[in-house]
Design a binder for this molecule. Structure first.
Ligand code: AMP
Length: 456
């Protein structure tokens, strides 16, 4: 199947070629003909399936086929409502990219920034408006936008809207849409409230449900690493060093946690950027550009900030914290392995997070395989410098390390890498089998030690 076979017009075909899209993804293959026929669509699709192009391309085509198309101030012909500003910007980019030879105009509006630029463009008039719910309602109430002329409406990531508490705003927006329109509704999951909402929006009974060919959970190579909470920083540092050539997205549950990670990574010599709700729009955009262009390899994000992030070559997702909502796990790992590419997801799980993991296993209907890393951490000392005694780390390591790890140890010169002050000896994290081995040697009862190792 090709885009030409789907009946796509030349100006859009040329743009898709410029994007490097050779053939439609399964969701595009199914959705585009239905939408070009003018039918409503219920898209039950995970992120990464190519769903944005699946609705952007036919809307562009239908808009450009409109006779006497007139752009009116504050009165778009097509409306896309989406939960986050990042997602809104990306959808805007899709309309601009795929529609660059059609003359169809678009603009994006979202909160958290001054409205002046947005209202100026709205006054000039655009064909397509992409908006987050709060700012859209705000500008509607101020009289800058009217929906009376909307012929196409798209509700994207409906389940996220529900999670983020936007559902009331969305209902108010829907109430203002004209009854005669083509409606598109996308959601990765279909909880009862979302089914209810979709019934309200999708007036035309000839609707289609699209399931992705392969679920994200099947596509992404997943692993779980059981770890003590206190050892997570060292584990993250270790995994990032092992994967230093891969674009990596690290998820944390809190904004504070995201900032903390950037700080300890900085100390470990790893550059990263964080994006979360407290960061300015500019800071978020810079962070995204940095990783997209490969200037930085590591982006730390909270769930809300990461929603809609589209980094084509994102190879690794790390769940520094496990999410307490299992669906969020699927959304997170869906950031890698996009549009058929291979992706990998490593999740850290401490004792308190075991219950979350159980929910995730239930949802994805599989048990995530365990992965183990041998990594080393240091603890800062409170002892005065004068009391610190140097010890030969290689000697200590030879005592405590299992044979499989001994080759890591290189004797060093006193006071240099190989000499570890006593205060730095804390715990050595090793897997179960290694601990057993240490116990057999009568060393299991000793406090486990962590010693600074030379990197391989
Ligand atoms: P989405 O599910 O809309 O977030 O899209 C996921 C990614 O797939 C985006 O980076 C798109 O640029 C890319 N994409 C969408 N359609 C195609 C296609 N037909 N061929 C190759 N890549 C695509």
């Amino acid at each position: 199947m090709t885009f030409r076979n789907l009946g796509i017009i030349d100006p859009i075909l040329d743009a898709l070629k410029a994007e490097g899209y050779e053939k439609p993804t399964p969701i595009q293959e199914q959705a585009i003909p239905v939408l070009l026929e003018g039918k409503d669509l219920l898209g039950c699709a995970q992120t990464g399936t190519g769903k944005t192009a699946a609705f952007t391309i036919p809307i562009l085509q239908l808009l450009s086929a409109e006779k006497n198309r007139k752009v009116r101030a504050g009165s778009p012909r097509a409306l896309v409502v989406t939960p986050t500003r990042e997602l809104a910007i990306q959808i805007g980019e899709s309309f601009s990219n795929y529609g660059k030879f059609t003359g169809i105009t678009n603009t994006v509006i979202f909160g958290g920034v001054k409205q002046g630029n947005q209202t100026r463009i709205l006054k000039e008039g655009v064909d397509v408006l992409i908006a987050t719910p709060g700012r859209l309602l705000d500008l509607m109430n101020q009289g800058y936008v009217t929906l009376s002329n909307v012929g196409w409406s798209v509700l994207d990531e409906a389940d996220r809207m529900l999670d983020m508490g936007f559902i009331h705003d969305v209902r108010k927006i829907i109430a203002k849409l004209p009854p005669k329109r083509q409606s598109l509704f996308f959601s990765a999951t279909m909880p009862p409230e979302i089914v209810e909402l979709s019934k309200k929006i999708l007036g035309n009974p000839a609707r289609v449900t699209i399931q992705p060919e392969m679920t994200t959970a099947e596509k992404v190579k997943q692993s779980i690493c059981y770890v003590e909470k206190a050892d997570k920083p060292a584990l993250l540092t270790h995994v990032l060093r092992e994967n230093n050539d891969r674009a990596t997205l690290v998820f944390t549950r809190t904004k504070h946690g995201a900032d903390k990670i950037t700080r300890f990574l900085k100390k470990a010599g790893i550059t990263s950027n964080a994006i979360h709700g407290n960061k300015s729009q500019t800071a978020r955009q810079i962070a995204l550009e940095n990783i997209k262009k490969g200037y930085t390899k590591v982006l730390i994000a909270t769930d809300i900030a990461a929603r809609g992030i589209d980094i084509d070559d994102l190879q690794l997702v790390i769940n520094y914290d496990l999410p307490n909502i299992a669906e969020t796990y699927v959304h997170r790992i869906g950031r890698t392995g996009r549009a058929g590419a291979d992706g990998q997801a490593i999740s850290f799980c401490d004792k308190e997070e075991r219950a979350y993991l159980k929910d995730i296993h239930k949802l994805i209907k599989q048990t995530i395989p365990e992965v183990r890393f041998s990594f080393i951490t240091e603890k800062p000392s409170n002892e005065p410098a004068a009391n610190r005694k140097a010890q030969d780390s290689s000697k200590i390591l030879r005592e405590v390390l299992p044979p499989a790890l001994k080759h890591h140890v290189k004797p060093g010169k006193p006071g240099r890498q190989g000499k570890i002050p006593e205060h730095l000896q804390t715990r050595l994290s090793v897997g179960k089998s290694e601990i057993k081995e240490l116990e057999q040697k009568g060393q299991g009862s000793q406090p486990k030690r962590i010693i600074r190792l030379k990197r391989k």
